[in-house]
Design a protein around this ligand. Sequence first.
Ligand code: BG6
Ligand code: GLC
Ligand code: GLC
Length: 924
Amino acid sequence: MDSVGPLGLQQGDGAPGCPQEALPCPSNSPELVQECLRQFKVTGAQLRQIQASLLGSMEQALSGQANPAPTVRMLPTYVGSVPHGTEQGDFVVLELGAIGASLRVLWVTLMGTKGHRMEPQSREFVIPQEVMVGPGQQLFDFAARCLSEFLDAFPVGNQGLQLGFSFSFPCHQTGLDKSTLISWTKGFRCSGVEGQDVVQLLRDAIQRQGAYSIDVVAVVNDAVGTMMGCEPGAGPCEVGLVVDTGTNACYMEEARHVAVLDEDRGRVCISVEWGSFSDDGALGPVLTTFDHALDHESLNPGAQRFEKMIGGLYLGELVRLVLAHLAQRGVLFGGCTSPALLSRGGILLEHVAEMEDPSAGAARVHTILQDLGLRPRASDTELVRHVCAAVCTRAAQLCAAALAAVLSRLQRSREQETLQIAVATGGRVFERHPRFLSILQETVMLLAPKCDVSFIPSVDGGGRGVAMVTAVAARLAAHRRLLEETLAPFRLTREQLAAVQAQMREAMARGLRGEASSLRMLPTYVRATPDGSERGDFLALDLGGTNFRVLLVRVATGGVQISSQIYSIPECVAQGSGQQLFDHIVDCIVDFQQKQGLSGQSLPLGFTFSFPCRQLGLDQGILLTWTKGFNASDCEGQDVVCLLREAIRRRQATELNVVAIVNDTVGTMMSCGYEDPRCEVGLIVGTGTNACYMEELRNVASVAGDSGHMCINMEWGAFGDDGSLGMLSTNFDASVDQASINPGKQRFEKMISGMYLGEIVRHVLLHLTSLGVLFRGQPTQRLQTRDIFKTKFLSEIESDSLALRQVRAILEALGLPLTSDDALMVLEVCQAVSQRAAQLCGAGVAAVVEKIRENRGLEELTVSVGVDGTLYKMHPHFSSLVAATVRELAPRCAVTFLQSEDGSGKGAALVTAVACRLAQMTHV
Ligand code: BG6
Ligand code: GLC
Ligand code: GLC
């Protein structure tokens, strides 16, 4: 059917031919030609405006600003790093959309760092026109058929083929193998595909076909394939530029600048999709009447306006429209036209490239025109060449302006004024049209003078790059599976946590009855929480946590005042002789007294001693066993208060009067209890972990009396030492336990507390390295060093405010060389280990508060828990995970967690104060 475009050209197959009489050139023909060619001229100022406007659009899209809608999409591609060069294996690549109406299948072998590059095998299949615009299923079935046909010619088995899908249309990617088509571009318009995941459509078609079992591992835009396939030169190639049927570019952007990703980590490759760029202000002045005509006739009028001035699908078309216009005005071919000249697609990119090529003589141009059914006169060939050159020069210049916008963006995002960068170029316009690249280069130099750009032609038409991404995707998927398998035992279900809670309840009850139990449930002789009437000055000692402290605590009407000093306990003292340890402690007290001007005063002293002690009174505590990093000889089985008094005697510091010995959990509960009378539980999650709570005296078999309460030091760190936690213990826990100074002991503590979490993580990292998942499988001496991975690193690494690059910096400072992928995995390991710790701790607290509720026969219990410990306080998520677990497992208890601000020393002083008051009362 005839139709008339905006130029008044006749379309379709209607009325090609000559006027009645061949026309002589009209007298105004030079002006007419000039007029046409002038339309294609773009000034430097216009190019700069396009560059600036495109940059604006790019940044608007990156920042997620929707109003007005940005005209480029800036689509994240999930390609996070340029290739290592270590990728290897055989891959099938299916290319759809890059090279017009053809589909290409390639067999690509990547050799890793060894061996030479192998040429891929490939085959091109022409896609019938009706398939390009028919139902989507037909297109994907066609693709699956081509794949089978290609593979039939290969001696490949049917198993484990990994396919990379090069799909060169704008897509929303949500993973390396998930990609929803936004809209068709170029010559495609299949129904039922827009809005669908094209990977799934291909998988379905391959399955329908049934011939091969192929895993579609990755989907890649051609610009990305071009960038990724680039042979790394001096530096990595971080921009990909395609001018084929259509045009597009991609580049590596800082992920933190990409609003939709909500990700602070590393870089991500962004497909600009600049083909859709259409800013009226910037593009309007350079659009010609021919551009409008071309757009009007296209499958997607109004869309992809920028692409329609640059892409190879359109260059032939623009030339055709100009030549037809000039022929119809009698300026060319004696006024004659031909069917090819008048029908869409009549002149192809190949024709234009060849006719413009200065090395192809006039005779060649003549032949091409004749093949197009035209009768060129001698003067026509030169004119036609000018037209081709004008159209192509403009395309290359516009492309340069767009590339310059990308380079400016890179300068900004990297905060570098000068930029040295390699751009991978791909597509048939570069291959067939050498002048295109030289104009592009020249123009880029003018528009981005501070960028030192080297252009590197893509290898194997981008197929190699797609294989690279596929290799990376396959490796990442395999690594992820291994990571998940490794971390699975750390992920506890609600049922498992409820079982821990139930076992804890059982063990508590047995321990209280004096039966065999891993929970000792030690009476503390603390019978009441503070009532606020306590007064006086006290000395306190605080031994067993991160710091050893001596304190002066003044309890007065206006509140509590504390002065304290930290003293170190060298490891050789903590693990030397008991006498040495206690002498050291007394030395520190005497030093403190001197500094505080307390020498000669006899102040009552409360001793926070954070180890399991069997108490027979407030001032008697027999050390049952050392825990954490302590192992001083001749102390276990001894009364610690006596050991301290003996050391006082040895030092002749007779004025020291030890009144009470207190576990740190008890000190913490008392300290918080001074502020909140509902505080009836003490919890420590620091170097070690433990809890205490107020139990009904009638339930405590080892203490006489049936009424009132007593605080019980559970020593829950030892929970599971009878093997009852076996099901939850991983190989990593076993390794940490075996390497500790007390194997088989404190099994619950070793899964929870700060002294051990870093070690668990280190063992997991060693395992993942041995599987090749981390650090490229290279074991390092550093990682094999015990205690190198401190628990404070977990707290730092898991902090939400840290970008992955900072995580990487922490690990690099540890001497662990890693990539962004590694850093992400280390973060996930830390999360799994600390989450389990917090949940187990929560299950313990749930057991305790439920016990209190049931003891009191209450439907609902409101209770506070005083908490201390570096891990609990410093870790960004630990406390909220504990609270969430308690809510889940003890729904009838309203639990408030109070962080102790003053350490357990204050609590020890308060216990001492109560003891003094009671002692005075008995004196009276
Ligand atoms: C402190 C106590 O507040 O918390 C110590 O005063 C206790 O006695 C400590 O051991 C627990 O935390 P960490 O992290 O120092 O072991
Ligand atoms: C079109 C597509 C884009 C592709 C480009 C080059 O612009 O929308 O995805 O990269 O053509 O093939
Ligand atoms: C260890 C000790 C315990 C202490 C806890 C917290 O588990 O055995 O007494 O309360 O660490 O410091």
